[in-house]
Design a protein around this ligand. Structure first.
Ligand SMILES: [Zn+2]
Ligand SMILES: [Zn+2]
Length: 148
């Protein structure tokens, strides 16, 4: 993993930088992540807020209701629509859950936790070495991303 490292959207209007390693890299197989990514699952790298900054452009935010009392901020490029990061629970959340496929170097990304395996596509094989959860536990060392 190279640090600091840049990342950005497909059109280049938004660029960001991470200056520290993720707390965790996870894969989520929930149906919302499948819809959002248009793929079988989504990945996230949980980066402490102090180690993340936007260096070019201004992303736009869509607030998704994840429960009657919670929303998740979904930040994306207003020009090309690339989803860049999520902030579950809003301003109080101390991390940025970045979409790690938007980093300039994705070669080091290995998810160690898989969430919502009960809705995983049948052809997806999860490595034995990874932790797996049928759904998503609330109590982890970092704040759960709060998706469905
Ligand atoms: Zn863009
Ligand atoms: Zn999900």
């Amino acid at each position: 993993m190279r640090l600091p490292q840049g990342g950005g959207c497909q059109c280049g209007a938004i660029r960001y930088e991470i200056t520290g390693p993720p707390t965790v890299v996870y894969a989520c197989h929930c149906t919302e992540c499948q819809r959002q990514s248009g793929a079988a699952f989504a990945m996230a790298a949980v980066i402490p807020q102090a180690h993340f900054r936007i260096t070019t452009g201004e992303p736009k935010m869509f607030a998704r209701q994840t429960s009657p009392t919670k929303t998740m901020e979904c930040w994306f490029c207003p020009d090309c629509g690339t989803r860049l990061y999520h902030v579950p629970g809003g301003a109080a959340y101390p991390n940025r859950n970045i979409k790690p496929g938007t980093l300039d170097d994705t070669s080091w990304l290995v998810p160690t936790i898989h969430f919502w395996t009960r809705s995983a596509q049948t052809w997806v094989h999860i490595p034995e070495s990874a932790a797996r959860y049928e759904t998503q536990p609330e109590t982890l060392g970092w704040t759960a991303p709060g998706s469905r």
